[in-house]
Design a protein around this ligand. Structure first.
Ligand SMILES: [Cu+2]
Length: 475
């Protein structure tokens, strides 16, 4: 081979050895009604994509640009939100109707375009009229690129996602819940758990090879139920929450509220001598205890070897379950608690309105969509954009300044736990304690639980649960 040919060969070899370049990812979603039987009992109308429910996960890589073309084949407006993405610089692609865009009318299309600047576990769902609850939801995994700072190694990854499913469509369930003349919770409120899209009673096994490390993406896409996940006989190490990498935290059980996500690493046993089981318990704290309805426990198989017996894990040897709590998690980047520029209180309450409905309120306002998307108001009002009044009396707007650190003290003086989610941000969770706000349902004076403070770097995430009668402080 002459010298020039060698150069050419070397040149081609170098091109082949280049790390994978970022790419364009095209996703086509035709949103329409589908008749499905998801709970094994009832066939009902659901909202699916390209004629399907469940909707297959979307997988991309950090640095990719997503072109998500959405066509609306429903008879009502729709829009799509990628939950957990900051959309920094692409705010108009976030998806909530009348906040960042007008919804997509029936028969029309819209293309969401954004570059993926984060990696981890997310989900994509309808953000108009709670269409997510009727099936319009899919897991969204953003893989790390070659330049990933991620220090944990794993051999393979698995997705486990959870949904709740009901006989009635969401609109019916919401009307019953808001009707003060109907019992709460509504008698038909108990749902069926779905695991990886299918009835939890028929959950497919997880296949493990010996001596490997698996990353399991856990996603709760449900609308009411929290999900407790455990893999008895295996150690669980949490390494990611809501797209934020964490210092590894060993736990026995993870309780995942609606819209929350986790990645866990599981090291498998050295040999394939035994098979195991995993447990998924779905629960809603405000439903009266009724085993088999709430909580509902589903059991799945962990198969190492089709011919091996199942290993029973004796309860006596089991140490006290360590339930995961945000306050014990640390972000991998070690960012300390930010110095606070200003503090605001958010108080949750519930009231009966002149329209006869029972509605929840934040700071005594029940949210109503503005006629104009708030983002458009912000972009068209000039200096008045800093005045919260211009966003409409019931949009309950709070105007934040760029790069200012705002502390939110979120009070939940009600008797129901509530998840809170913030679009476009991951917030630090710095304190967690008993709310001193008056509320008719506050428990009779007894010793309140101690206040917990984050030690060192507080965890950052985009969805947290404020338990009943508690407050959380986030920055
Ligand atoms: Cu979101």
């Amino acid at each position: 081979m002459c010298m020039i040919m060698r150069f050419i060969a070397l040149f081609f070899l170098l091109i082949l050895l280049q790390p994978a370049q970022t790419a364009d990812v095209f996703v086509d979603w035709d949103i329409g009604y589908v008749m499905v039987n998801r709970d094994g009992v009832n066939t009902r109308r659901a909202i699916g994509v390209n004629g399907k429910v469940p909707i297959p996960p979307v997988v991309a890589t950090i640095g990719d640009t997503v072109y998500m073309n959405v066509h609306n084949s429903l008879d009502k407006p729709t829009s799509i939100h990628a939950h957990g993405l900051f959309q920094n610089g692409t705010n108009a692609m976030d998806g909530p109707a009348f906040v960042t865009q007008c919804p997509i009318p029936p028969g029309k299309s819209f293309t969401y375009i954004y570059k993926l600047m984060q990696s981890g576990t997310f989900w994509i769902h309808g953000h108009t009229s709670h269409q997510n609850s009727d099936g319009l939801r899919a897991v969204f995994i953003v893989r790390d690129g070659h330049q990933s700072p991620y220090k944990y190694k794993y051999d393979e990854s698995i997705i486990l996602y959870f949904e709740d499913w009901y006989k009635e469509e969401f609109a019916q369930r919401a009307a019953d819940t808001m009707d003060p003349n109907k019992p709460f919770p509504p008698p038909h409120g108990y749902g069926t758990g779905l695991i990886n899209g299918y009835n939890g009673n028929e959950v497919k096994p997880i296949h493990f090879k010996p001596n490997k490390t698996y990353r399991i993406h856990l996603v709760n896409m449900g609308s009411l139920y929290s999900v407790k996940v455990s893999l008895p006989g295996h150690n669980i190490s949490v390494v990611e929450v809501d797209g934020i990498y964490t210092e590894p935290l060993e736990v026995d059980l993870i309780d995942i509220a609606t819209a929350q996500r986790y990645s866990i690493l599981v090291k498998t046993h050295d040999t394939a001598d035994f098979n195991y089981r995993f447990n998924i318990t779905m629960h809603v704290d405000f439903f009266p205890y009724s085993p088999g309805k709430s909580p509902i426990t589903y059991m799945g198989d962990i198969i190492y070897n089709d011919d091996a017996p199942f290993k029973s894990i004796p309860q006596v040897n089991k140490p006290l379950l360590v339930e995961l709590n945000d306050i014990y998690l640390r972000p991998l980047d070690g960012e300390p608690a930010l110095p606070v520029d200003r503090s605001m209180e958010i108080v949750l309450s519930n009231g009966k309105f002149s329209n006869g409905l029972n509605l929840d309120m934040l700071n005594n306002i029940t949210y109503k969509e503005s006629p104009v998307p708030s983002l458009y108001t912000a972009l068209s009002m000039g200096s008045l954009a800093m005045n919260s009044q211009v966003y409409g009396p019931q949009s309950n707007a709070v105007v934040l300044r760029h790069n200012e650190v705002t502390e939110f003290v979120i009070h939940n003086p009600s008797n129901l736990p509530h998840p809170f989610h913030m679009h476009g941000h991951a917030f630090q969770i710095t304190e967690y304690g008993f709310s001193n706000k008056d509320y008719p349902q506050s428990p009779s004076p007894c010793l309140p639980p101690p206040t917990l403070y984050a030690q060192g770097a507080p965890i950052k995430r985009d969805t947290l649960v404020v338990p009943a009668f508690r407050k959380d402080i986030i920055d």
